[in-house]
Ligand binder design. Structure first.
Ligand SMILES: CCCCCCCC/C=C\C/C=C/C(=O)SCCNC(=O)CCNC(=O)[C@H](O)C(C)(C)COP(=O)(O)OP(=O)(O)OC[C@H]1O[C@@H](n2cnc3c(N)ncnc32)[C@H](O)[C@@H]1OP(=O)(O)O
Length: 309
């Protein structure tokens, strides 16, 4: 689907209507590009594209796209960011030449600061609905992607930023102990929704997830490795090289076998949100609309600003 059409269908809602396409985790495995492809079949025109928030470059010879978050100061996941993120994933997913994507940040020291807290403060019910649908959409696309997804975590990655990394197939983090990662929602006085929790449990197991979620822990990179929250640590200057090597290793397998296995591992968790999407939006709205939650979020934002001065 052309980007313009997709953007129109998404419209202000930030949502890709489910009727527009099969979810990635239900699609048939794609044949690998290259010799198996009928000669003369044009590849989708998406070698490189970028928007205000995200830059994507696809190397058609390897089938690997590099996606860089570039939304200063901290790559927070605003409604606009999430919409652009979903559009970018959709474009790659629909491009037969693309088999894998490496996700990283173009900003120094920050992978993503998580959901944009200002989107959850003092807004209308319509806005909360639109925002939360966009958060769901992003996760459904990324966690359910048929592509190989590798997170090259080159900076701190709290809450929603951690969810992005957790939703990938493999996480490599820069071995800087000043960089931390985790679902720290409890520290903000809020609660990670069930599908954040499910994604976390699927990566680190129940006990580690329970302790980390209750404490709202942000784990420095070496601790994140010990917990299995990331798969590898490498010196920052080697991060992209390592990500490319890991990608090549994963792409060496036949797509159909890897994709069906991924679907088998993730389907139950994806289906749970799909079945309860509207209820999840209602829960989010009634939760963030509480005066006590608004107060907690405002205090947290003030704390961030004070820490700076
Ligand atoms: C019963 C069940 C009901 C279920 C209901 C579910 C409800 C669940 C709802 C939501 C889940 C939430 C998920 C989230 O992702 S919340 C966001 C969590 N993120 C954080 O805690 C990170 C906060 N930020 C930081 O720790 C730091 O900013 C940093 C480490 C990322 C970067 O540090 P530094 O480089 O020192 O930058 P600054 O702190 O100076 O920040 C620059 C600038 O950016 C602003 N900012 C930072 N993070 C955010 C953010 N997430 N959203 C919006 N704005 C952010 C910061 O305030 C500064 O602004 P400035 O002072 O105006 O320059």
């Amino acid at each position: 689907m052309a980007a313009a059409t997709l953007a129109r269908r998404i419209g202000r809602s930030g949502v890709l209507p489910l009727c527009c396409r099969l979810p990635a985790w239900d699609r048939a495995a794609r044949p690998p590009p290259g010799p198996a492809q009928p000669p003369g079949l044009p590849l989708a025109p998406c070698r490189s594209f970028s928007n205000n928030k995200i830059q994507v470059e696809l190397d058609e010879s390897s089938g690997v796209a590099m996606m860089k978050f570039k939304s200063p100061p901290v790559n927070s996941l605003s409604l606009e960011f999430l919409t652009e993120f979903s559009i970018s994933l959709e474009k790659l997913e629909n491009n037969k030449a693309c088999r894998g994507v490496i996700i990283t940040s173009a900003l120094p020291k920050i992978f993503s600061s998580g959901l944009d807290i200002t989107e959850m403060c003092g807004k209308s019910i319509e806005h909360y609905t639109e925002f939360w649908r966009a958060v769901q959409e992003m996760w459904l696309r990324l966690y359910g992607s048929n592509m190989v997804t590798v997170a090259a975590v080159n900076g701190s990655s709290p809450a929603g930023g951690c969810l992005v990394a957790l939703s990938c197939d493999y996480r490599i983090m820069a071995e800087n102990p000043k960089f931390s990662i985790g679902l720290n929602e409890a520290q903000l006085g809020i609660v990670a929704p069930f599908w954040f929790k499910d994604t976390f449990v699927n990566v680190v197991g129940h006990r580690i997830a329970e302790r980390s979620l209750q404490l709202g822990s942000l784990h420095p990179a070496p601790e994140a490795l010990k917990l299995g929250l990331v798969d590898e640590l490498v010196p920052e200057e080697k991060l992209m090289e390592k990500a490319a090597a890991v990608m090549a290793q994963w792409l060496a397998l036949p797509d159909h076998a890897r994709q069906l296995t991924k679907t088998m591992m993730r389907k139950a968790v994806l289906d749970r949100l799909v079945a309860h999407r509207e209820e999840d939006i209602k829960n989010f709205i009634s939760f963030v609309s509480k005066e006590s939650i608004q107060k907690s979020l405002r205090m947290y934002m003030e704390m961030l600003k004070k820490r700076k001065s």
